[in-house]
Design a protein around this ligand. Structure first.
Ligand SMILES: [Zn+2]
Length: 253
C-alpha cells in the first residue's frame, strides 16, 4: 500500500468513528430526555404551548424530541462546536413535521455579545426554560483549584466553578433552569478535557445547593426522586448526593 491508500483508510476510519458517535447521540439523547422531561411540567394536555427553551451545549437531537412531544413555540440550541453531521438537517427539515421553530447557533454561554445578538434576532427577552444537560461541569473557570504544580497537559488539574456567576447568568436567561448531570464513578472521566470539564464531586454539589438555600431559590429535584429542596424532606440532599449517579433538578428565583 502506498501513502495515498493509508490516507484514505485513515480518513474513512475517522468518518466511521464520527458516524458512530452521531448515532450514539440519538440513543443517549432519548435516555437523557426520559430523566429530564418531568422538569418541564407540561400542561394537562402534556404540551408546552407558547413556551420557549434555550438548550445550552445542545446535541441538536433533544430539541427535536422535545419539539415532537411537547410542541413548544421555539427552541434555541447553542454550542461552542457542532461536530454532528445532522445539525442543519434537523434545523431545516423539522419544519416539515414539527410546529416548533428550532434554531441552532455557534455560541458560548460566556460570549455575551453574540448571545444578546441571538436573543434580539429571535425576539426573546427571556426564555421560559434553560436546559443545561451534561453541560454544567463544562462551565468551569480557567483556574486550577488543585494544590499542586500544574503539568503542561493539565492532566491532574481541576478548574473551579463559580456558582454565583453561572447561576446569575442562567437565571437571567430563563425563568426555570433545568440541570441534568450523569456520572459513573467506575468510569474514567472521559469528559475531562484538560482542566475543563471533570464531573462535580459531592462537595461541589454541596456548595451549589448551599448557594441556592442562601438565595432562597425554588429548587425541585426530579431525579433520582422528586422533592423540594429543604421543604418536604430536610437533609435529603446529603443522602441523595452520596449515592447519586444521575441528578436532575430545576432552579427558579
Ligand atoms: Zn493544576
Amino acid at each position: 500500500m502506498d501513502c495515498e491508500d493509508n490516507d484514505i483508510i485513515e480518513r474513512l476510519q475517522k468518518e466511521l468513528e464520527n458516524r458512530k458517535n452521531d448515532l450514539q447521540t440519538w440513543t443517549d439523547s432519548l435516555e437523557e430526555l426520559s430523566e429530564i422531561e418531568d422538569a418541564f411540567e407540561p400542561d394537562e394536555r402534556n404540551k408546552l404551548d407558547g413556551k420557549t427553551i434555550l438548550d445550552i451545549g445542545t446535541d441538536c437531537v433533544k430539541p427535536l424530541f422535545v419539539a415532537l412531544k411537547f410542541n413548544p413555540k421555539k427552541i434555541v440550541g447553542i454550542n461552542e462546536e457542532f461536530p454532528y453531521s445532522y445539525t442543519s438537517e434537523i434545523e431545516q427539515k423539522s419544519k416539515l413535521f414539527a410546529g416548533t421553530k428550532i434554531r441552532f447557533y455557534n455560541c458560548s454561554l460566556f460570549d455575551k455579545e453574540t448571545l444578546n445578538r441571538i436573543l434580539k434576532k429571535e425576539e426573546i427577552r427571556k426564555f421560559n426554560f434553560v436546559l443545561v444537560s451534561k453541560t454544567l461541569h463544562h462551565l468551569r473557570t480557567g483556574k486550577c483549584v488543585e494544590k499542586h504544580k500544574c503539568r503542561d497537559d493539565e492532566k491532574c488539574c481541576k478548574y473551579g466553578f463559580e456558582t454565583q456567576d453561572i447561576f446569575k447568568d442562567l437565571l437571567q436567561l430563563g425563568d426555570r433552569v433545568i440541570i441534568y448531570e450523569f456520572f459513573d464513578p467506575n468510569d474514567p472521566d472521559n469528559d475531562k478535557i484538560r482542566g475543563r470539564g471533570g464531573y462535580f464531586i459531592k462537595e461541589e454539589w454541596g456548595r451549589i445547593f448551599d448557594y441556592f438555600r442562601k438565595k432562597n431559590y425554588n429548587v425541585k429535584f426530579i431525579r433520582p426522586e422528586g422533592f423540594l429542596l429543604d421543604k418536604e424532606k430536610p437533609n435529603k440532599v446529603d443522602s441523595t448526593l452520596r449515592k447519586v449517579d444521575t441528578i436532575c433538578f430545576y432552579v427558579e428565583k
